[in-house]
Design a protein around this ligand. Structure first.
Ligand code: ATP
Ligand code: MG
Length: 141
């Protein structure tokens, strides 16, 4: 069993219908919700979380968008959870998501490359790091 950290980004959870669609999909796809909360990332959380992107042109936009309101934060578990969740999300860039995988979460609900609906960890190391940032009380061992 593997865990991944999923975020339903602020613009998505503002819309209860979108929120419902994504939550249903999480459960239908066989993920177990190990932990979840509605939480507004602080500036500090967002900077830590996206440290690898600090030099990118979209960094400020990304941090500003992530702290603009509460997000839905989930620890999801299943076999191959990381890869499976990233497949469900679809490509990072919204035009690509809409073109290549229109039924992915980003294809259906992404608004822009920044407000692309969801986040998912990209490796077991990232999942661990991200869970430590957003669920500091959660013990992974
Ligand atoms: P995530 O890490 O959110 O699961 P990802 O691994 O597909 O997505 P990354 O390259 O890690 O994508 O980028 C992190 C986030 O930065 C993206 O989810 C998106 O919100 C934002 N981002 C990435 N590339 C761009 C871009 N070209 N323009 C604007 N925002 C971007
Ligand atoms: Mg990433």
């Amino acid at each position: 069993l593997e865990v991944t950290l999923a975020i339903l980004k602020p613009h998505l959870i503002k819309n209860p219908v979108s929120m419902e669609i994504v939550q249903k999909r999480i459960l239908n796809e066989g993920f177990k919700i190990v932990n979840s909360k509605i939480y507004r990332l602080t500036q500090e959380d967002a900077e830590k979380f996206y440290a690898e992107h600090k030099s990118k042109f979209f960094y400020n936009r990304l941090v500003t968008s992530m702290i603009s309101g509460p997000s839905g934060i989930y620890v999801l578990a299943k076999e191959n959870a990381i890869k499976h969740w990233r497949e469900l999300m679809g490509p990072t860039k919204v035009y690509k998501a809409q073109f290549d995988n229109p039924h992915s979460i980003r294809g259906e609900l992404g608004l822009s490359d920044t407000r692309n609906a969801t986040h998912g960890s990209d490796s077991p190391e990232s999942a661990r790091r991200e869970i430590e940032i957003l669920f500091p009380e959660f013990n992974l061992d």
